[in-house]
Every structure is written in structure tokens, then in C-alpha cells.
Design a protein around this ligand. Structure first.
Ligand SMILES: *Cc1c(COP(=O)(O)O)cnc(C)c1O
Length: 367
């Protein structure tokens, strides 16, 4: 039997995540496995979030609040906007999917993205059968905002800037964002995906996207609880968008898209500034460690403001990724991320980073 599937599905690929620890354990029979592949919080969730989860577990028989009232109210307060400007999703991945559904349909609509950037943007464009315009990053792996502005057309409906970018960790400045906003054609939305905001916000040249959503610019900011807040397994993302777009997403979204436990845990995590502070500190130290490691073996690292770093190996990263994997260290090979000579390593605990440094040195010396 062969079904008449939508033709654009054939051109799409399933998402390829970092290798799960259990899979590596099964395949290689290793005891010690360190996963530095998915930009997860190495400290785990906030204890306040865990307590909220435990309390909410006994209410798992009830449908969640479809309006996510308490969570949206807290986020609106934090963002300095009214609650009708807030949308929440089953991870920001789900919101990316909805933005594509809301704004893209057919080849007369265009999606503009950097290359390489987060792969889910292109997936939403492929599903919509829209044109996807990809603008290569600059030689120092930053979004080429000037070239992106020049690539806008009257048909461009959606533009993504991941700030910091994934997989590079590089940032764009406020001046660059302003340039792009000024160049947007009528009806086009700029999305600032700030999944790594909390790690970057200490940098003087890093802008807060929420400053741009206070007025009525066609700008949407996406944030997530998956990275600094340590709740990747619960899937909670949020965004601030023009009210008519939030209204559109409310019409198309799954009614209970953020589950009850996730809503409660996210709300509790928001109030744990100590956990966030620790997270950002451990990350800054870990990033500095990757720089010294790379320097000590004569390699360079892309200037990342996120919770991962890309080491330029100057040769294909895949064999290095494989060799590290055999030694129980899971990283990401740049070959699946559109930068084949780079190895992307997520920042772990100090102990995990010591294992990484030792194993990386051993692998590098054996090449
Ligand atoms: C991790 C990541 C996301 C997805 O986060 P979820 O909220 O877990 O879906 C979105 N954008 C970028 C750039 C990311 O790296």
C-alpha cells in the first residue's frame, strides 16, 4: 500500500539529536559516559522545580490549564508586556513549527535564515513548501546581517536570527538587529531566537531582544526553559510576539500543548535565581577551560556566548567525534551541523570537562 503523502515530506529528514547516554552504553558497553552533546544544564533542574513537579504529580489526572494563565502572567511580568503578547509551547521547537504554519505557505512565501543555524527553522519552511533563502555566515562564523538584509524580498515572511546562534554560539549586536528590522518588507516577521539568552546576557555587546518587543515592531523573541533553566526533558518554550500573531498561534496550537507538570516546574524555576546564577558561573568557567585546552594544542575556538563551544580542528571532525565516543565522551560532529571541521562540545560540570580535556588530548595526540 502506498499513501499519497504531501510531496514536501519526502524532502525532510527526521531531527538528529545528540546520542543518548543509554544508547552509547548499549552499543559500546562502557561504564563511564559523559554527554556533552545537547546543550543541557549539567547541574540538573532547579530544586524548586523538582519540588513543584513532585507536588503536581498528584494532579496528573487533570487536564492542564489550556491558557497557562499563571506561567504566562509570570512571563509577561518578566518581559514587561501584557499577557496577550505571550505564547508558550512544548519547547520553543513547537513555537518554531507554529510560526511556520502561521506565516509560510507555498513557494510564493520565503523564509530567510543564516547558514549554518538551528535546523528546525528550515524544517518549518520545508513543511510549508516555502522558498528557503540561506545566507552563509561570515568567515568568523557570525550572521552576515548586511547580506541577510540584501536577501530580503517582498515575499519574505519570516526571518530567523538565533542570538546566540546554534551551532556557532556567535552573537549579533543591537545595531545589526536594527539594520535588519529597518530593511524588513511589509508583513514580514523577524524572530530573535534567544534560547541561550541567560548565558550571553553578561556580555556588553549582547542585546536583550525583549527591548525590541516593547513597541509594535514586527519582532518576536523566543526563549526556552530547556537550556539555562535545566528543564529540557519537560519541554517548555515561550515567546513574545505581536498580539495578532499570538492570536493566530492560539487558533492553530494544540489546546493543551504545555502539560501541567511542565507549567508548574517552569513557574518554580523562574523564581530560582540562585540556580540560574550557579549555572551561568559553571558555564563561564567551562567555556574558559575549552579555550585553554584548544590553545594548548594549537587550535582555535569560535567566540561562543552560549553553553557550548566549537573547536576548529582544521580537518574533518567526524573521526575525532567517533574516537571520543569510543572513549565514552559524546560530543557533536560538525559534519551533521554544517561545519565539518568543527567539533561542538556542550559545557558540562568541572568534572565532566576534565574528562573531556583528558580524552580530547589523548585522541588529538593519537591522530
Ligand atoms: C535548543 C534550541 C531550541 C529548542 O529548545 P526547546 O525549547 O528545547 O525546543 C531553540 N532554538 C535554538 C537555537 C536552540 O539551540
Amino acid at each position: 500500500m502506498s499513501l499519497k503523502l504531501r510531496p514536501q515530506i519526502g524532502g525532510m529528514s527526521p531531527y538528529s539529536p545528540g546520542k543518548p547516554v543509554e544508547e552509547v552504553r548499549r552499543e559500546l558497553g562502557l561504564e563511564r559516559i559523559v554527554k556533552l552533546a545537547s546543550n543541557e544544564n549539567p547541574l540538573g533542574p532547579s530544586p524548586k522545580a523538582v519540588a513543584a513537579l513532585q507536588a503536581a504529580a498528584a494532579e496528573a489526572h487533570l487536564y492542564p490549564d489550556a491558557a497557562a494563565h499563571d506561567l504566562k502572567a509570570a512571563l509577561a511580568d518578566r518581559a514587561g508586556v501584557s499577557a496577550d503578547r505571550i505564547m508558550v509551547g512544548n519547547g520553543s521547537d513547537e513555537l518554531i513549527h507554529y510560526l511556520g504554519l502561521a506565516l509560510l505557505q507555498g513557494p510564493e512565501t520565503r523564509l530567510l535564515i543564516g547558514d549554518p543555524t538551528f535546523v528546525r527553522y528550515a524544517a518549518s519552511g520545508q513543511l510549508a513548501d516555502s522558498r528557503i533563502d540561506r545566507v552563509p555566515l561570515t568567515s568568523d562564523w557570525r550572521h552576515d546581517v548586511g547580506a541577510m538584509a540584501s536577501a530580503l524580498t517582498a515575499d519574505t515572511r519570516l526571518v530567523y536570527i538565533a542570538n546566540p546562534n546554534n551551532p556557532t554560539g556567535t552573537i549579533v549586536t543591537r545595531e545589526e538587529i536594527d539594520l535588519l528590522v529597518k530593511a524588513l518588507p511589509a508583513g514580514c516577521l523577524l524572530v530573535l531566537d534567544e534560547a541561550y539568552f541567560e548565558f550571553a546576557e553578561g556580555s556588553a555587546d549582547y542585546p536583550n531582544g525583549l527591548d525590541l518587543v516593547q513597541g509594535d515592531l514586527p519582532v518576536c523573541v523566543l526563549r526556552t526553559f530547556s537550556k539555562a533553566f535545566g528543564l529540557a526533558g519537560l519541554r517548555v518554550g515561550w515567546g513574545v510576539a505581536p498580539a495578532d500573531l499570538v492570536d493566530a498561534v492560539n487558533r492553530i496550537r494544540e489546546p493543551f500543548n504545555v502539560n501541567h507538570l511542565a507549567q508548574r516546574a517552569a513557574l518554580a524555576a523562574l523564581s530560582d535565581s540562585e540556580h540560574l546564577h550557579q549555572t551561568v558561573k559553571v558555564n563561564a568557567d567551562g567555556l574558559a577551560g575549552v579555550w585553554s585546552l584548544a590553545e594548548s594544542v594549537g587550535l582555535s575556538v569560535i567566540d561562543s556566548r552560549a553553553n557550548f563551544a566549537c573547536i576548529d580542528l582544521g580537518r574533518p571532525a567526524e573521526p575525532v567525534f567517533q574516537a571520543l565516543l569510543r572513549r565514552g565522551v559524546i560530543t557533536r560532529s560538525g559534519h551533521v551541523l554544517g561545519m565539518p571541521n568543527h567539533l561542538r562540545v556542550s559545557i558540562g560540570t568541572p568534572a565532566e570537562m576534565e574528562v573531556f580535556a583528558a580524552e580530547f588530548r589523548a585522541v588529538w595526540q593519537s591522530l
